[in-house]
Ligand binder design. Sequence first.
Ligand code: NAD
Length: 262
Amino acid sequence: MATLQGKAALITGAASGIGAATARALARDGAAVLLTDIDDARGEALAAELRGGGARALYLHQDVTEEARWTEVVAAAEKEFGRLDILVSNAGIGIIVPLEEMPLAEWRKQMAINVDGVFLSVKHCAPALRRAGGGSMVLISSVAGLRGSAGLGGYSASKGAVRLLAKSAALEFAAARIRVNSVHPGIIATPIWDKLPANALSGRNAPIDPKDMAAGVPLGYPAAPEEVAEGIAWLASDASRYVTGSELVIDGGMTAGRAGSL
Ligand code: NAD
């Protein structure tokens, strides 16, 4: 049953992986969707696919780190759909470099996309969600935002910031009936892994295969992006209306503890 009928959603990083699966899930559930990304070919193709399936879908180029573009994108959502009810702040990158070797420019690039981009999304979408009478913001963090990880220290720091930004925004916006939650995926089979350079986690100079990374996951496999998108769709919908300032961990048991150990 459609649970997002009459609602409009903005999804960043929507051209690929978890963002693309989320766009499909929200459109399936009846939402009008504005997709943004820097990968215009894949973003346009997905919007066309969704329109072909009968959804209201639009793609716009957006680098989430550029503040002026945020004003234009939110205005476009309200012009096209008449309202904005849902933000899925998903655009993000992962840089695997040990802390001692991390160039400051790489640290800043990752922080700019993963933290500044999410902050700007919250700042600029909040007024539109207020105008709609409330809504839901879903900020995509990671299991790396719940605990540290050797080799991914910068990424963990950025995703930990997203987690507490979500809780702070939940408190600031509760009176406006805007809910804000963070999602913490574990190992998800998306192209993000293909973009990672030499494997500083294992010492092997080879691309990372999410299947190898999932070897220690209790459920035993890397999730498909659709398995994360279903959780995001639930948080976006009124079915989760009493959930705010919360964390939805979708990790196959990865952070539950150590198997066979106290
Ligand atoms: P992905 O690489 O498949 O998709 C990320 C999208 O973000 C791409 O389409 C990319 O073009 C876009 N993007 C990158 N920089 C951007 C920018 N400056 N402005 C706008 N868009 C930009 O990756 P994914 O795995 O689907 O990741 C989505 C989110 O989920 C990220 O925030 C990531 O950190 C998080 N996450 C992923 C995993 C995983 O295992 N894949 C696990 C935990 C969290």
